[in-house]
Design a protein around this ligand. Structure first.
Ligand code: NDP
Length: 329
Protein backbone atom coordinates (compact mmCIF):
# COMPACT_ATOMS: atom_id res chain seq x y z
CA UNK A 1 0.00 0.00 0.00
CA UNK A 2 1.32 3.44 -0.93
CA UNK A 3 1.79 5.95 1.89
CA UNK A 4 0.66 9.14 0.15
CA UNK A 5 2.23 12.53 0.75
CA UNK A 6 0.57 14.48 3.55
CA UNK A 7 0.92 17.67 1.50
CA UNK A 8 -0.85 16.33 -1.60
CA UNK A 9 -3.72 18.81 -1.38
CA UNK A 10 -1.65 21.88 -0.50
CA UNK A 11 -0.81 23.31 -3.91
CA UNK A 12 -3.09 21.90 -6.62
CA UNK A 13 -6.01 24.05 -7.68
CA UNK A 14 -9.38 22.27 -8.07
CA UNK A 15 -11.83 23.86 -10.43
CA UNK A 16 -15.58 23.34 -10.60
CA UNK A 17 -16.64 21.30 -13.64
CA UNK A 18 -19.26 23.46 -15.36
CA UNK A 19 -22.32 23.98 -13.16
CA UNK A 20 -21.85 20.70 -11.29
CA UNK A 21 -20.80 19.74 -7.78
CA UNK A 22 -17.64 18.04 -9.01
CA UNK A 23 -14.23 19.70 -8.92
CA UNK A 24 -11.30 18.54 -11.03
CA UNK A 25 -7.59 19.25 -10.63
CA UNK A 26 -6.18 21.79 -13.07
CA UNK A 27 -3.88 19.03 -14.37
CA UNK A 28 -5.23 15.50 -14.88
CA UNK A 29 -3.29 12.45 -16.01
CA UNK A 30 -4.30 10.38 -19.03
CA UNK A 31 -3.29 6.74 -19.55
CA UNK A 32 -3.53 6.61 -23.35
CA UNK A 33 0.22 6.00 -23.81
CA UNK A 34 2.86 4.50 -21.47
CA UNK A 35 0.46 2.44 -19.31
CA UNK A 36 -0.16 -0.46 -21.68
CA UNK A 37 0.93 -4.08 -21.67
CA UNK A 38 3.97 -3.12 -23.79
CA UNK A 39 5.18 -0.54 -21.26
CA UNK A 40 7.27 -0.89 -18.08
CA UNK A 41 4.84 -1.57 -15.19
CA UNK A 42 7.12 -0.02 -12.58
CA UNK A 43 7.35 3.23 -14.54
CA UNK A 44 3.54 3.32 -14.87
CA UNK A 45 3.19 2.75 -11.13
CA UNK A 46 5.69 5.38 -10.02
CA UNK A 47 4.17 7.98 -12.37
CA UNK A 48 0.67 7.34 -11.11
CA UNK A 49 1.62 7.44 -7.45
CA UNK A 50 3.70 10.59 -7.88
CA UNK A 51 0.78 12.23 -9.70
CA UNK A 52 -1.48 11.42 -6.75
CA UNK A 53 1.11 12.81 -4.32
CA UNK A 54 1.10 16.05 -6.35
CA UNK A 55 -2.65 16.47 -5.98
CA UNK A 56 -3.71 14.91 -9.29
CA UNK A 57 -6.96 13.23 -8.32
CA UNK A 58 -8.29 12.60 -11.82
CA UNK A 59 -7.11 9.73 -14.03
CA UNK A 60 -8.47 9.43 -17.54
CA UNK A 61 -8.85 6.07 -19.27
CA UNK A 62 -10.77 4.43 -22.11
CA UNK A 63 -11.63 0.87 -23.09
CA UNK A 64 -9.08 0.83 -25.92
CA UNK A 65 -5.99 2.34 -24.22
CA UNK A 66 -2.93 0.11 -24.38
CA UNK A 67 -1.56 -1.47 -26.48
CA UNK A 68 -2.99 -4.02 -26.46
CA UNK A 69 -6.46 -2.46 -26.08
CA UNK A 70 -7.74 -2.83 -22.52
CA UNK A 71 -4.29 -3.19 -20.97
CA UNK A 72 -4.11 0.38 -19.59
CA UNK A 73 -7.28 -0.31 -17.58
CA UNK A 74 -5.69 -3.53 -16.33
CA UNK A 75 -2.50 -1.70 -15.32
CA UNK A 76 -4.55 0.97 -13.57
CA UNK A 77 -6.68 -1.63 -11.77
CA UNK A 78 -3.57 -3.38 -10.49
CA UNK A 79 -2.03 -0.17 -9.11
CA UNK A 80 -5.33 0.83 -7.58
CA UNK A 81 -5.65 -2.50 -5.78
CA UNK A 82 -2.04 -2.67 -4.61
CA UNK A 83 -1.35 0.93 -3.72
CA UNK A 84 -4.40 3.17 -3.66
CA UNK A 85 -7.32 0.99 -2.54
CA UNK A 86 -7.71 3.02 0.65
CA UNK A 87 -7.99 6.21 -1.42
CA UNK A 88 -10.68 5.25 -3.96
CA UNK A 89 -12.97 8.03 -2.77
CA UNK A 90 -10.23 10.61 -3.33
CA UNK A 91 -10.09 9.71 -7.02
CA UNK A 92 -12.08 10.63 -10.10
CA UNK A 93 -11.67 7.75 -12.54
CA UNK A 94 -13.04 8.00 -16.06
CA UNK A 95 -13.43 5.61 -18.95
CA UNK A 96 -14.90 5.80 -22.42
CA UNK A 97 -16.33 3.75 -25.25
CA UNK A 98 -16.69 4.68 -28.92
CA UNK A 99 -13.65 3.38 -30.80
CA UNK A 100 -13.13 -0.19 -32.02
CA UNK A 101 -12.77 -2.58 -29.09
CA UNK A 102 -13.94 -5.99 -30.27
CA UNK A 103 -14.82 -7.52 -33.66
CA UNK A 104 -18.29 -7.55 -35.16
CA UNK A 105 -21.06 -4.96 -35.34
CA UNK A 106 -21.30 -4.36 -31.56
CA UNK A 107 -17.69 -3.48 -30.77
CA UNK A 108 -17.59 0.27 -31.54
CA UNK A 109 -19.54 3.53 -32.11
CA UNK A 110 -22.60 4.48 -30.03
CA UNK A 111 -25.30 1.81 -29.69
CA UNK A 112 -26.79 1.00 -26.30
CA UNK A 113 -25.65 -2.59 -26.92
CA UNK A 114 -21.99 -1.54 -27.26
CA UNK A 115 -21.84 1.12 -24.53
CA UNK A 116 -23.39 -1.05 -21.82
CA UNK A 117 -21.19 -4.07 -22.62
CA UNK A 118 -18.04 -1.98 -22.91
CA UNK A 119 -18.51 -0.31 -19.53
CA UNK A 120 -19.04 -3.71 -17.89
CA UNK A 121 -15.76 -4.90 -19.44
CA UNK A 122 -13.92 -1.74 -18.30
CA UNK A 123 -15.18 -2.14 -14.72
CA UNK A 124 -13.98 -5.74 -14.70
CA UNK A 125 -10.52 -4.82 -15.99
CA UNK A 126 -10.13 -2.07 -13.39
CA UNK A 127 -11.73 -4.08 -10.57
CA UNK A 128 -14.27 -1.34 -9.89
CA UNK A 129 -18.00 -1.34 -9.28
CA UNK A 130 -18.36 2.12 -10.81
CA UNK A 131 -16.40 4.78 -12.66
CA UNK A 132 -16.81 8.42 -11.77
CA UNK A 133 -17.18 9.63 -15.35
CA UNK A 134 -18.20 7.61 -18.40
CA UNK A 135 -17.86 9.17 -21.86
CA UNK A 136 -19.18 8.50 -25.29
CA UNK A 137 -15.74 8.68 -26.96
CA UNK A 138 -16.67 9.98 -30.44
CA UNK A 139 -19.84 10.99 -32.28
CA UNK A 140 -21.57 8.20 -34.19
CA UNK A 141 -22.96 9.35 -37.55
CA UNK A 142 -25.47 6.49 -37.73
CA UNK A 143 -26.89 5.72 -34.28
CA UNK A 144 -29.67 8.11 -33.22
CA UNK A 145 -28.33 10.46 -30.55
CA UNK A 146 -31.46 9.61 -28.52
CA UNK A 147 -30.21 6.03 -28.20
CA UNK A 148 -26.66 6.98 -27.21
CA UNK A 149 -27.81 9.54 -24.63
CA UNK A 150 -30.47 7.11 -23.39
CA UNK A 151 -27.69 4.58 -22.76
CA UNK A 152 -25.64 7.17 -20.82
CA UNK A 153 -28.68 8.05 -18.71
CA UNK A 154 -29.37 4.35 -18.01
CA UNK A 155 -25.73 3.85 -17.04
CA UNK A 156 -25.95 6.62 -14.42
CA UNK A 157 -29.22 5.19 -13.10
CA UNK A 158 -27.62 1.73 -12.84
CA UNK A 159 -24.92 3.20 -10.56
CA UNK A 160 -22.10 2.09 -12.87
CA UNK A 161 -21.08 5.72 -13.51
CA UNK A 162 -21.67 8.77 -11.35
CA UNK A 163 -21.49 11.25 -14.22
CA UNK A 164 -21.43 11.15 -18.02
CA UNK A 165 -19.83 13.18 -20.76
CA UNK A 166 -19.05 13.31 -24.45
CA UNK A 167 -15.80 13.54 -26.36
CA UNK A 168 -14.97 15.17 -29.69
CA UNK A 169 -18.61 16.24 -30.26
CA UNK A 170 -19.11 19.36 -32.42
CA UNK A 171 -20.85 22.43 -30.99
CA UNK A 172 -24.23 21.36 -32.45
CA UNK A 173 -23.87 17.75 -31.35
CA UNK A 174 -22.93 18.91 -27.85
CA UNK A 175 -25.99 21.14 -27.58
CA UNK A 176 -28.30 18.36 -28.77
CA UNK A 177 -26.69 15.80 -26.45
CA UNK A 178 -27.00 18.18 -23.49
CA UNK A 179 -30.69 18.80 -24.19
CA UNK A 180 -31.49 15.10 -24.58
CA UNK A 181 -29.70 14.26 -21.34
CA UNK A 182 -31.44 17.11 -19.52
CA UNK A 183 -34.81 15.82 -20.67
CA UNK A 184 -33.92 12.39 -19.32
CA UNK A 185 -32.89 13.94 -16.00
CA UNK A 186 -29.14 13.31 -16.22
CA UNK A 187 -26.93 16.36 -16.76
CA UNK A 188 -24.05 16.29 -19.25
CA UNK A 189 -21.12 16.86 -16.87
CA UNK A 190 -18.24 17.37 -19.25
CA UNK A 191 -16.91 17.52 -22.79
CA UNK A 192 -13.47 16.17 -23.70
CA UNK A 193 -12.17 17.78 -26.90
CA UNK A 194 -8.66 18.03 -28.33
CA UNK A 195 -7.24 21.51 -27.79
CA UNK A 196 -3.78 23.03 -28.03
CA UNK A 197 -1.97 25.95 -29.67
CA UNK A 198 -1.79 23.72 -32.76
CA UNK A 199 -5.47 22.75 -32.80
CA UNK A 200 -7.90 25.53 -31.91
CA UNK A 201 -11.20 24.16 -33.34
CA UNK A 202 -13.16 24.49 -30.07
CA UNK A 203 -12.72 28.27 -30.08
CA UNK A 204 -15.23 28.31 -32.94
CA UNK A 205 -18.47 27.36 -31.16
CA UNK A 206 -17.81 24.51 -28.72
CA UNK A 207 -16.59 26.72 -25.86
CA UNK A 208 -19.61 29.02 -26.09
CA UNK A 209 -22.03 26.06 -26.03
CA UNK A 210 -20.26 24.70 -22.95
CA UNK A 211 -20.54 28.08 -21.22
CA UNK A 212 -24.24 28.42 -22.05
CA UNK A 213 -25.09 24.86 -21.04
CA UNK A 214 -22.94 24.86 -17.88
CA UNK A 215 -20.89 21.88 -19.08
CA UNK A 216 -17.28 21.49 -17.95
CA UNK A 217 -14.38 20.96 -20.33
CA UNK A 218 -11.25 18.81 -20.06
CA UNK A 219 -8.93 19.27 -23.00
CA UNK A 220 -6.83 16.40 -24.33
CA UNK A 221 -3.42 16.46 -25.99
CA UNK A 222 -2.78 20.01 -24.70
CA UNK A 223 0.90 19.53 -25.59
CA UNK A 224 0.00 18.25 -29.09
CA UNK A 225 1.33 14.81 -28.02
CA UNK A 226 4.68 16.31 -27.05
CA UNK A 227 5.23 18.66 -30.00
CA UNK A 228 4.56 21.69 -27.78
CA UNK A 229 7.47 20.88 -25.45
CA UNK A 230 11.24 20.92 -25.83
CA UNK A 231 11.12 17.20 -26.82
CA UNK A 232 11.67 17.56 -30.57
CA UNK A 233 13.81 20.71 -30.80
CA UNK A 234 16.94 18.77 -31.71
CA UNK A 235 15.51 15.79 -33.58
CA UNK A 236 13.36 12.80 -32.63
CA UNK A 237 14.71 11.16 -29.45
CA UNK A 238 14.74 7.35 -29.46
CA UNK A 239 12.51 7.15 -26.37
CA UNK A 240 9.90 9.67 -27.61
CA UNK A 241 6.34 8.96 -28.71
CA UNK A 242 7.14 9.81 -32.34
CA UNK A 243 9.88 7.16 -32.36
CA UNK A 244 7.72 4.35 -31.00
CA UNK A 245 5.99 2.06 -33.51
CA UNK A 246 2.73 2.13 -31.53
CA UNK A 247 2.83 5.87 -30.77
CA UNK A 248 -0.04 7.89 -32.25
CA UNK A 249 2.35 10.74 -33.07
CA UNK A 250 4.03 9.79 -36.32
CA UNK A 251 7.49 10.88 -37.41
CA UNK A 252 6.10 12.80 -40.38
CA UNK A 253 3.97 14.92 -38.02
CA UNK A 254 7.17 16.32 -36.49
CA UNK A 255 7.66 18.80 -39.32
CA UNK A 256 10.42 21.42 -39.60
CA UNK A 257 7.69 24.09 -39.69
CA UNK A 258 6.19 22.97 -36.37
CA UNK A 259 9.58 22.64 -34.69
CA UNK A 260 10.49 26.15 -35.82
CA UNK A 261 7.24 27.50 -34.35
CA UNK A 262 7.98 25.77 -31.05
CA UNK A 263 11.47 27.25 -31.03
CA UNK A 264 9.97 30.74 -31.30
CA UNK A 265 7.27 29.97 -28.73
CA UNK A 266 9.91 28.73 -26.35
CA UNK A 267 11.53 32.19 -26.37
CA UNK A 268 8.29 33.60 -24.97
CA UNK A 269 8.11 30.82 -22.38
CA UNK A 270 11.69 31.52 -21.34
CA UNK A 271 10.94 35.22 -20.90
CA UNK A 272 7.97 34.23 -18.71
CA UNK A 273 10.29 32.05 -16.63
CA UNK A 274 8.57 28.77 -17.49
CA UNK A 275 9.10 25.69 -19.64
CA UNK A 276 7.53 25.38 -23.08
CA UNK A 277 5.19 22.67 -21.75
CA UNK A 278 4.07 24.91 -18.88
CA UNK A 279 3.30 27.79 -21.23
CA UNK A 280 1.31 25.48 -23.53
CA UNK A 281 -0.71 24.29 -20.52
CA UNK A 282 -1.30 27.79 -19.12
CA UNK A 283 -2.47 28.78 -22.60
CA UNK A 284 -5.22 26.11 -22.81
CA UNK A 285 -6.25 26.80 -19.22
CA UNK A 286 -6.70 30.54 -19.84
CA UNK A 287 -10.39 30.05 -20.75
CA UNK A 288 -12.85 30.08 -17.84
CA UNK A 289 -14.70 27.21 -19.56
CA UNK A 290 -11.67 24.89 -19.44
CA UNK A 291 -11.79 22.95 -16.17
CA UNK A 292 -8.71 20.77 -16.57
CA UNK A 293 -5.98 19.81 -19.02
CA UNK A 294 -5.39 16.06 -19.32
CA UNK A 295 -1.75 15.42 -20.07
CA UNK A 296 0.17 12.30 -20.96
CA UNK A 297 3.59 11.47 -19.57
CA UNK A 298 6.39 8.98 -20.06
CA UNK A 299 8.34 9.95 -16.92
CA UNK A 300 7.80 11.51 -13.52
CA UNK A 301 9.67 14.72 -14.38
CA UNK A 302 7.05 15.59 -17.01
CA UNK A 303 4.27 15.39 -14.42
CA UNK A 304 6.22 17.54 -11.97
CA UNK A 305 6.85 20.07 -14.75
CA UNK A 306 3.13 20.19 -15.67
CA UNK A 307 1.91 20.72 -12.12
CA UNK A 308 4.20 23.73 -11.76
CA UNK A 309 2.19 25.51 -14.44
CA UNK A 310 0.32 27.08 -11.54
CA UNK A 311 3.24 29.38 -10.79
CA UNK A 312 2.53 31.43 -13.93
CA UNK A 313 -0.97 31.17 -15.39
CA UNK A 314 -1.81 34.62 -16.77
CA UNK A 315 -0.78 36.18 -20.08
CA UNK A 316 -0.41 39.78 -21.17
CA UNK A 317 -2.34 40.85 -24.28
CA UNK A 318 0.98 41.28 -26.05
CA UNK A 319 2.09 37.71 -25.23
CA UNK A 320 -1.20 36.30 -26.53
CA UNK A 321 -0.92 38.27 -29.77
CA UNK A 322 2.65 37.12 -30.33
CA UNK A 323 1.63 33.48 -29.69
CA UNK A 324 -1.26 33.85 -32.18
CA UNK A 325 1.09 35.27 -34.80
CA UNK A 326 3.59 32.43 -34.36
CA UNK A 327 1.09 29.55 -34.36
CA UNK A 328 -0.91 30.95 -37.28
CA UNK A 329 2.31 31.38 -39.24
P1 NDP B 1 -0.09 15.55 -24.32
O1 NDP B 1 -0.37 16.51 -25.41
O2 NDP B 1 0.09 16.05 -22.93
O3 NDP B 1 1.21 14.71 -24.75
C1 NDP B 1 1.86 13.87 -23.84
C2 NDP B 1 3.29 13.59 -24.29
O4 NDP B 1 4.04 14.80 -24.34
C3 NDP B 1 4.03 12.71 -23.30
O5 NDP B 1 3.82 11.34 -23.54
C4 NDP B 1 5.47 13.11 -23.50
O6 NDP B 1 5.97 12.52 -24.68
C5 NDP B 1 5.34 14.59 -23.81
N1 NDP B 1 5.46 15.44 -22.60
C6 NDP B 1 4.56 15.59 -21.62
N2 NDP B 1 4.99 16.46 -20.69
C7 NDP B 1 6.18 16.89 -21.11
C8 NDP B 1 7.11 17.82 -20.58
N3 NDP B 1 6.87 18.48 -19.45
N4 NDP B 1 8.26 18.03 -21.26
C9 NDP B 1 8.51 17.37 -22.41
N5 NDP B 1 7.65 16.47 -22.96
C10 NDP B 1 6.49 16.25 -22.31
O7 NDP B 1 -1.26 14.53 -24.18
P2 NDP B 1 -1.66 13.10 -24.82
O8 NDP B 1 -1.67 13.17 -26.29
O9 NDP B 1 -0.84 12.06 -24.17
O10 NDP B 1 -3.14 12.99 -24.30
C11 NDP B 1 -3.39 13.09 -22.91
C12 NDP B 1 -4.58 12.29 -22.52
O11 NDP B 1 -5.73 12.76 -23.19
C13 NDP B 1 -4.54 10.81 -22.91
O12 NDP B 1 -3.74 10.03 -22.04
C14 NDP B 1 -5.98 10.46 -22.83
O13 NDP B 1 -6.35 10.25 -21.49
C15 NDP B 1 -6.66 11.71 -23.37
N6 NDP B 1 -6.98 11.57 -24.80
C16 NDP B 1 -8.31 11.53 -25.15
C17 NDP B 1 -8.70 11.37 -26.45
C18 NDP B 1 -10.16 11.36 -26.79
O14 NDP B 1 -10.52 11.03 -27.92
N7 NDP B 1 -11.01 11.72 -25.89
C19 NDP B 1 -7.71 11.19 -27.55
C20 NDP B 1 -6.35 11.32 -27.09
C21 NDP B 1 -6.02 11.50 -25.76
P3 NDP B 1 7.04 11.33 -24.66
O15 NDP B 1 6.22 10.10 -24.47
O16 NDP B 1 7.66 11.42 -26.01
O17 NDP B 1 7.99 11.59 -23.53
Amino acid sequence: MHQPSGTRYDTMLYKRCGRSGLKLPLISLGLWHNFGGVDRPENARTMLLRAFDLGITHFDLANNYGPPPGSAEETFGRILRQDLAAHRDELVISSKAGYLMWPGPYGEWGSRKYLMASLDQSLKRMGLDHVDIFYHHRPDPDTPLEETMGALDAIVRSGKALYVGVSSYSADQTRQAAHLLKTLGTPCLIHQPRYSMFDRWIEDGVLSVLREEGIGCIVFSPLAQGLLTDRYLTGIPADSRAAKPHGFLKRDQVTAEKVEKVRRLQEIARARGQSMAQMALAWVLRHDEVTSAVIGASRIEQIVDAVEVQKRMTFTGHELQTIDRIVRG
